[in-house]
Design a protein around this ligand. Structure first.
Ligand SMILES: *Cc1c(COP(=O)(O)O)cnc(C)c1O
Length: 408
């Protein structure tokens, strides 16, 4: 349950959904009643033990939580410094952290009597998680996906269809994730009565950033007791990859009030963070603006046009970042760095070879940063990195970059 103590960094957002100057609710009047009804229901559910009992039951029996906290001993030895632990969220059902949040939102939708779930998806991971939970509950599922992404992510499109979802290719704008999110919002206002919009990261208008964070916080809460059990104390550094920022917020949030814990978010540096803009580092290479109903750091050109961004990892190419990260960045509580495609690919291969774990390209970015900092840290220094997804989906991309031909 979220902490509402005063002077706590975990207390946000305020009543208007702001984290400092970030977040809020920049939506049309037609959307407002829907957002308020959702906020109302979430506030009620949050304090209702039966809601959390249902979550806990499904987290355990359907998702497979708690995910292990694993000491990566060969990686630690290889790096020769800090002791590295991996939080194994790639072992969740559907292979990533996304389902933690989807489960929460869909249980909420059922409490509200909604029968039709809509979602946006970029690489398809959130779409697959949503289609999965909808199948489990017999709910209608419509997933908006940029036409360009539908082509690039054919296996995930097929998965969603197998799971019974309708995938709608979005051709407006440039046909990518940003446009899919706009179309999903449009669908929501036209299908008010029966539809629930399930957002896949800590973005969107209030209460989404806080709600998604609360659902993903299961990651950090487990790390706290698992680390206590393994080492008898808190970790010294926690590290996670950032697309929109949900797996990172889930790991970070339970540690915000522990000043001894260093917090590092890793953005996708693509081909390098410079003015060619071939990256997705919203915090290290963007500036504040408004997108998808909230104020946050965004990739934009001089005229305020939102830029698409680029990363080897499709799951990281959202042009914004959750507003709470923007605030944590500005107050200095968390550090944000970027890692290039090339560095992520090296980390990917090292993890396969030393630990027998094929990581997704997204957490490979976090691992690449761990590889940079661990060697110079003392052996007692404890690092926890969130292994937020498995890499089966990425082997063809990796093969291509390594110049290897692999037929599906
Ligand atoms: C979707 C995804 C991400 C990026 O989303 P966040 O909201 O930043 O967590 C990162 N890793 C994996 C494995 C994903 O599927």
């Amino acid at each position: 349950m979220p902490d509402t103590r005063q002077n706590s960094l975990r207390a946000g957002p305020d009543g208007t959904g702001r984290f400092g100057e970030f977040g809020g609710r920049f939506v049309s009047e037609t959307l407002m009643p829907l957002i308020l009804a959702l906020e109302d229901e979430y506030e009620r559910a949050k304090d209702d033990p039966t809601f959390w009992a249902e979550m806990d039951d499904l987290w355990e029996h359907y998702v497979g939580r708690p995910s292990p906290l694993y000491h990566a001993s060969r990686l630690t030895e290889h790096l020769g410094g800090a002791k590295v632990y991996l939080k194994r969220d790639e072992l969740n059902h559907t292979g990533a952290h996304k389902i933690n949040n989807v489960l929460g939102q869909i249980i909420l939708a059922r409490r509200m009597g909604k029968t039709r779930i809509i979602a946006e998806t970029g690489a398809g991971q959130h779409g697959v998680a949503t289609a999965t939970v909808c199948a489990k509950f017999g709910l209608q599922c419509v997933v908006y996906m940029g036409a360009h992404d539908v082509e690039r992510q054919a296996p995930n499109v097929f998965r969603m269809r197998l799971l019974g979802a309708t995938v709608v290719p979005v051709t407006s704008g440039r046909g990518t994730l940003k446009d899919a999110m706009n179309d999903a919002l449009r669908d929501w206002v036209t299908n008010v009565r029966d539809t629930f919009y399930c957002i896949g990261t800590v973005a969107g208008p209030h209460p989404y950033p806080a709600m998604v964070r609360d659902f993903q916080s299961i990651i950090g809460k487990e790390v706290r007791w698992q680390m206590e059990k393994a080492e008898g104390r808190l970790p010294d550094t926690i590290v996670a990859a950032i697309g929109g920022g949900s797996n990172a917020m889930g790991l970070f949030h339970p540690f915000l009030d522990d000043p001894s814990v260093r917090i590092i978010g890793v953005e996708a540096g693509g081909k390098g963070v410079d003015d060619r803009m071939e990256h997705c580092a919203s915090l290290t290479g963007g500036r504040p603006g408004v997108l998808h109903g909230n104020k946050t750091y965004l990739l934009q050109d001089d005229d305020g046009q939102i830029l698409e961004g680029y990363s080897i990892s499709a799951g990281l190419d959202y042009p914004g970042i959750g507003p709470e990260h923007s605030w944590l960045h500005d107050i200095g509580r968390a550090e944000y760095v970027s890692i290039t495609d090339k560095e992520a690919l090296e980390a990917f291969q090292l993890c396969c070879a030393l630990e027998g774990i094929i990581p997704a390209l997204e957490p490979s970015h976090a691992l690449a940063h761990v590889m940079k900092i661990a060697p110079a840290l003392p052996r007692e220094h404890l690092i926890v990195m969130n292994m937020c997804g498995r890499g089966d989906k990425d082997i063809f991309t990796v093969a291509k970059h390594l110049g290897v031909e692999v037929k599906a």
